[in-house]
Design a protein around this ligand. Sequence first.
Ligand code: MN
Ligand code: MN
Length: 320
Amino acid sequence: MNEKIKYQPPSASAAPRFSGIKTFMRLPYVKTTEDIDFAVIGAPFDTGASYKSGARFGPTAIREASTLMRNYSMNLDVNIFDYLSGVDFGDVNVIPGYIHETYREIEAGLLPFLRAGVTPIVLGGDHSITLGELRAAAKAYGPVALVHFDSHLDTWDNYWGMKYTHGTPFRRACEEGLIDTAHSIQIGIRGSQYGPEDVQGSIDLGFEVLTANELHRIGVAEAVKRIQKRVGAAKVFLTFDIDFVDPSMAPGTGTIEVGGFSGYESMTLVQGLRDVNIIAMDLVEVLPAIDQSGKTAYMAANIIHEVISILALQKRDGKR
Ligand code: MN
Ligand code: MN
């Protein structure tokens, strides 16, 4: 352990990984924005779900699964806690059934971290939560670029006449001027649609859309180049809907789509983002009630681990 790092997990050789309270990666549970580089924050809200609900238990499941993980990323060749200090901050005060009130809590909860230059890592919750996070990000930084992994566009106008759901956050975010769409990209889009206007709707908003078909065709290495080219040096909000991963490997989510990406492909894609300026991330739509083996939650934890590892690399190299 690096003694200069204030907040880090206890050594796994001193305390078994299955012991202790289940915080993310066994990080200390501390309510602070000081002396940290990142904070893991739960947003256990699932009122925005259009199909199966239950993602309110996502943060708990991801935290529990994450305790198996070790500090060193073999793929990125970095030990996270050689360079980063991090805490599990606990959850923001969501209000089930009340999306606007919850948005206010999420925005207010994240803003102090963003203003302090700390990277929030938010555990959802359904994808509606990202609108609240983007409001905070835009307040701190102005419009941010979105790197969006998902089988769905989430730029629909409404569900049942309702404008605030997990299928609509990115259209609302565009209308509110929170996203720099010229540097934003949606990756992994697939499944049955309502019509050709769905993808066209995202393109009309200014997004680049990399469909699953195209990603399967060009491969991960080329996709990483496309993402990097699109975002350039922009400040990036990374949002990862676990249904990007194929349901064979991530069945525990409310709106599955077949023809997705393996755990390996998903991890490799994320590892490729090492030159992307990530100012915040979330991982959404883990639904533990239909994740009997826990593999969806573990997939989610590993995706987050790779993003934190990238933050560590960038810190090591003086890039953040
Ligand atoms: Mn989504
Ligand atoms: Mn989705």
